[in-house]
Design a protein around this ligand. Structure first.
Ligand code: MCA
Ligand code: AMP
Length: 493
């Protein structure tokens, strides 16, 4: 049995999850995930790492399915509920999923591919229904558990494979560092196809015997209302969410502001991550809530790497030090250690580091040094005993609203538009979103209808990848080798 799931019996009567206004105990989660596993196994003994994709909003059912897949020996492939059909199809094909579990809200969206893809499409209710309880297989911790998609320096996202051992290490380092306990009650407003929502929020709460409450879609007013209920003591989000909560507070009347600020007194910890936390946001949040946000640094491939301390100085603009069990070094372009205080690439080793990119041997090999350090591509500097992230070594990676976006992926889609001859996509600094996507277009004609272009893009890309600013040019700036000079391009917006 997987230790993470096995721990649940220690907390059987406690509330594990709150979703859609209902509370579910750990026993409910154990029973429902046993049913999911039994339905998936049917008469099989072990799914033997078959990929089981599921498209289900954050909820008790989501968690029961994830656990059920693990109990049956499968690999969980959570799909993004915001993705248009081509993005979902890409993940299903790339993972060669055998099964797709579908929440009723997404049935119509997926119907066009039912005949085209050879996989079992299972309605949510069928996988949850009572079934003769199967004998569950023994799962070795070295087995593959999950595939999450992340954008990189290639145009198409890559599937990051983590084992049960990786997941356990990603959880336990945070359990120790941030003092999780069964008394904790956290709100999850993050999407559940990324590490931040899945591991840092939901899985840490369930490992601890605490309670994770879902709000499936972020809404500043609803989040403040839940804060005001006084039942939470933990919150974790991306900087954009803190920005939006601050805006809501600023636009409220004085007595509401006072109530909202008072509601923050019940929290023992609030964490920010997935993108750089602007010092201005940290300071405004401190004025409003009295709390100093704990900023940490992580990546899909490594879980969390660095963190400001739970106890001790949380320094604005810094991400602290390596978490327990995480080995880290800063190197130059030749993978040589740089002197202290010099900027270089962060490289990471440890049990939390992923196994491989799904079926991409070459990409996996290139992501590690010869002696097994994972090359993050992030540039950092040790300043006065704390690390500071300076940026990334690739201009083609954009971080917007906490989502990692590949400029190359957007360019590839834009180039298939009949009116676009050539294009260049860049990330432009933005206080609210971190960066927003900007696109320079070279057109066949003089002008383009942006509304039509946006609608056309929405059928092909999720909303957070759609450019928010455009310029029209005759030529893109290029260097002598003909490569687009993205830093020059940024200046033109
Ligand atoms: C949405 N909009 C945007 C963007 N996204 N505009 C500019 N840039 C964007 N990126 C626009 C929409 O088109 C819409 O505009 C309006 O904003 C509201 O859209 P909606 O989707 O409702 O936005 P939202 O719900 O307010 O979303 C903001 C959000 C979301 C909650 C911050 O982006 C989010 O959940 N981000 C978290 C992502 C995450 O978990 N990342 C972790 C991965 P209009 O109304 O004009 O159409 S990183 C990770 O896991 C690593 C390990 C780590 O370190 O944590
Ligand atoms: P993802 O691939 O979506 O997991 O995003 C990981 C990337 O987010 C990292 O490689 C960093 O570039 C960025 N990131 C995460 N946390 C921070 C942080 N606290 N400050 C700056 N960048 C961050």
């Amino acid at each position: 049995m997987i230790p993470f799931l096995n721990r649940a019996v220690n907390f059987s009567k406690r509330t594990a999850l709150i979703s859609n206004g209902k509370s579910f105990t750990y026993q409910d989660l154990i029973d429902q995930s046993d049913m999911v596993a039994s339905n998936l196994l049917n008469s099989k003994k072990d799914l033997k790492e078959a990929r089981v994709a599921f498209i289900v909003p954050p909820s008790f059912e989501y968690t029961a399915i994830q656990w059920g897949i693990w109990k049956a020996g499968g690999i969980a492939v959570p799909l993004c509920v915001l993705h248009p059909l081509p993005s979902l199809r890409y993940v299903l094909e790339d993972t060669q999923s055998e099964t797709l579990i579908i929440h009723p809200d997404y049935w119509e969206l997926l119907e066009p591919i039912f005949k085209e893809l050879a996989l079992d499409f299972i309605p949510l209710t069928n996988i949850l229904k009572p079934f003769r309880k199967a004998i569950l297989p023994d799962i070795d911790l070295s087995r593959r558990a999950m595939i999450l998609y992340t954008s990189g320096t290639t145009s198409k996202p890559k599937g990051v494979v983590t084992t049960h051992a990786n997941i356990e290490a990603q959880i336990t380092t945070l359990f120790d560092a941030w003092d999780w306990s069964e008394e904790d009650h956290i709100l999850n407003i993050l999407p559940l196809h990324h590490v931040h929502g899945i591991i840092n929020v939901m899985s840490c709460a369930l490992w601890s015997g605490g309670c994770c409450e879902f709000l499936p879609k972020f809404d500043a007013e609803k989040v403040w209302d839940i804060f005001r209920s006084g039942r939470l003591d933990l919150f974790m989000a991306v900087p954009t969410i803190y920005f939006k909560l601050i805006s809501f507070w600023e636009n409220s009347n004085k007595s509401d502001q006072l109530e909202m600020s008072n509601a923050c007194q019940g929290f023992r910890l609030m964490v920010s991550g997935s993108a750089a936390l602007p010092v201005s946001v940290l300071e405004k949040w401190k004025d409003i809530s009295g709390l100093t946000l704990l900023e940490r640094y992580g990546m899909t491939e490594i879980g969390m790497g660095l963190s400001n301390p739970y106890r001790g100085e949380r320094r604005p603009g810094h991400v602290g030090l390596p978490l327990p069990g995480v080995e880290m070094r800063i190197v130059d372009g030749e993978n040589e250690l740089v002197p202290e205080g010099t900027a270089g690439e962060i490289q990471i080793k440890g049990k939390s580091v992923f196994l491989e990119y799904w079926q991409k041997e070459e990409a996996t090999k290139n992501a590690f040094t010869e002696n097994g350090w994972f090359k993050t591509g992030d540039i950092a500097l040790l300043s006065n005993s704390y690390y500071r992230i300076l940026g990334r070594d690739s201009v083609d990676i954009i971080k917007s609203g906490g989502y990692k976006i590949s400029a190359l992926e957007i360019e590839e889609v834009l180039r298939t538009h009949p009116e676009i001859k050539e294009c260049g996509v860049v990330g432009l600094p933005n206080e609210e979103w971190g960066e927003i996507v900007g696109a320079s277009l070279i057109l066949y004609s003089k002008d383009i209808d942006y509304k039509e272009l946006t609608n056309w893009l929405k059928e092909r890309l999720p909303a957070y990848k759609i450019p928010r600013q455009y310029i029209i040019q005759n030529n893109l700036p290029r260097n002598t080798l003909g490569k687009v000079t993205k830093n020059e391009l940024k200046k033109l917006f």
